[in-house]
Design a protein around this ligand. Structure first.
Ligand SMILES: *Cc1c(COP(=O)(O)O)cnc(C)c1O
Length: 345
């Protein structure tokens, strides 16, 4: 792969802003820091955070068996995705390919960055249509977004289809693995070193239970990560977020326990919903939410709201007529949902 061909011209020649903490990295209690115009009174947060988040990345690198220079952190995956657009897509010139129904941020970011969106609907089984996707690509197709497990359809894409896209797409393939911890499928991280055009994104917002700290992860070749590092805001991950993320990674077994209980709850919820007549279809789920087809999505959505139960109405998405998206809650919350739905039918 020729990375230079894919990058924006101005990004190739850009030199990164060098912050005080970039130029002098060594943190030593004995030093006198007079380089960053901080307030010298120690309150735990008076210093700028590590711009490279080395401690967090070190831990992630160990867990994923990767090099630290294959990791970039962002203020949520949303920042990671925006950096990817800004690195590769020339505004008013390049295009990206998305596979609706899928996560809304890809098209929001494309519009924000003045990049054309080429949409290739998933099949009725919610799988990528490889030939149609490849027919849509041209020399200006820079990014292809594969969200797997996919939001809102809840299924994973077939590995063979993903692999053929990785081999045949001329640009960068971004695999969004926000829900990978809930999946029976293995992460594509294990094959990152095989595909120079692969970027895998993950997040602390779902399985890790830390949506509030805003931390997204990007894994790619060290060449791609070096480019993204060059364009990221210098101190994009604040100290509080770095502290909380590190604590979580040091107690990773808690995450696995919570994930397992959510997966069990998912099965319980499916069996209960199946007995309620207003449900036309409950799609299989490889994530922490269910896509369900009901008799009348707008009506059921409003009725649920009136009982203080908030779900996502996806009826206007392609292939999702009369569909609602339900996040798996605690056992008590799920029971509340079932009790109310039983009263309705
Ligand atoms: C929730 C979600 C994310 C997470 O975004 P953050 O900005 O990290 O909170 C990313 N991708 C998909 C498909 C999601 O559903």
């Amino acid at each position: 792969m020729n990375l230079e061909r894919l990058l924006r011209k101005n990004i190739i020649s850009l030199s990164a802003y060098s912050s005080a903490r970039d130029e002098f990295k060594e943190v030593n209690e004995a030093y006198v820091f007079m380089d960053a115009n901080e307030n010298p009174n120690n309150n735990g947060y008076n210093r700028y955070p590590d711009p490279q988040q080395t401690a967090v990345k070190q831990k992630l690198a160990e867990l994923r068996d990767l090099e630290i220079n294959q990791i970039l952190l962002g203020n949520g995956s949303d920042e990671v995705l925006d950096l990817i657009f800004r690195a590769f897509c020339e505004p008013n010139n390049d295009n990206i390919i998305t596979l609706p129904p899928t996560y809304g941020m890809y098209s929001v970011l494309a519009n924000l960055n003045a990049v054309e969106i080429r949409e290739v609907l998933l099949s009725t089984e919610f799988q990528p249509k490889v030939n149609s996707i490849l027919e849509q690509q041209d020399q200006r197709s820079k990014l292809l977004f594969l969200c797997t497990p996919n939001n809102p359809t809840a299924n994973s894409f077939d590995n063979d289809l993903i692999e053929s896209l990785l081999r045949s797409f001329n640009g960068i393939v971004v695999i969004d693995e926000a829900y990978i911890d809930f999946s029976i499928n293995e992460s594509w991280l294990s094959r990152l070193n095989e595909f120079p055009n692969l970027i895998v994104t993950q997040t602390f917002s779902k399985a890790y239970g830390l949506a509030g700290i805003r931390l997204g992860i990007c894994y790619a070749s060290k060449e791609i990560i070096a480019v993204l590092n060059k364009i990221k805001p210098p101190y994009n991950i604040n100290q509080l977020t770095q502290n909380v993320a590190l604590e979580k990674l040091e107690r990773i077994t808690n995450v696995k326990e919570e994930v397992n209980s959510i997966i069990n709850e998912r099965q319980t919820l499916i069996s209960q919903l199946e007995t309620i007549p207003l449900f036309v279809k409950i799609y299989p789920s490889d994530a922490n939410f269910l896509l369900v087809q009901v008799d009348d999505a707008n009506l059921r959505y409003r009725q649920l709201i009136s009982k203080g139960i908030v779900v996502r109405n996806r009826t206007n998405q392609p292939l999702c007529h009369n569909c609602l998206r339900l996040t798996i809650g605690t056992p008590e919350e799920n029971q509340k949902l079932i009790t109310f739905l039983n009263q309705l039918s």
